[in-house]
Write a protein that binds this ligand. Structure first.
Ligand SMILES: [Zn+2]
Length: 170
């Protein structure tokens, strides 16, 4: 079951950009409401040292008016109808964090399946050094966070749950 997206139901603030076909809330059988009529995807961009060990990831500090505002999560958003999760994650990371598609190499993804919705974490490495920056009103800040510091931040609840497993696979 879905209904159309209007103003943000938490804040009453209008959407930050033009509405797209994938935009909208899903009333999921899990009892929660999720953003993205075709599911959602986020980019977990990893910086590695010379030995290939993960040292930092790009996180987005979410605008206070947004869903779970003020928490940290991944740049990402709703998938468009004919878009793969990887395409959606890379596109959203470009729009929200100024990360150029050619600067990342997608490695693998992890799908969280709900009865009526899914969220795909798309894990990528830098193809060349990336300096993310706030590129739209959905972010207070976007920056590299050392992997050891991630768990100490106030994380988006779903990302907090997923992080230990994701980190172990990086
Ligand atoms: Zn659900």
């Amino acid at each position: 079951m879905t209904h159309a997206a209007g103003p943000d139901p938490v804040s009453g603030r209008p959407p930050a950009r033009e509405r797209r076909p994938g935009d909208g809330w899903v009333e999921c059988a899990c009892g929660q409401r999720h953003w993205g009529l075709h599911g959602a995807a986020g980019l977990l961009l990893v910086r590695r040292d010379a030995d290939g060990n993960p040292v930092a990831v790009v996180l987005q500090h979410r605008a206070t008016w947004s869903h779970h505002g003020g928490t940290w999560g991944l740049p990402g958003g709703a998938r468009e109808p004919h878009e793969t999760a990887a395409q959606a994650a890379v596109r959203e990371a470009g729009e929200e964090a100024g990360i150029a598609p050619e600067d990342v190499v997608v490695r693998w993804s992890s799908v969280l399946e709900h009865p009526d919705w899914s969220y795909t974490t798309v894990v990528a490495d830098e193809a060349q050094p990336v300096e993310p920056h706030v590129a739209d009103p959905e972010s207070l800040e976007v920056r590299w966070v050392p992997v050891d510091d991630v768990a100490g931040l106030p994380l988006l609840p779903a990302f907090a749950t997923a992080w230990p497993t994701l980190r172990a696979r990086l």
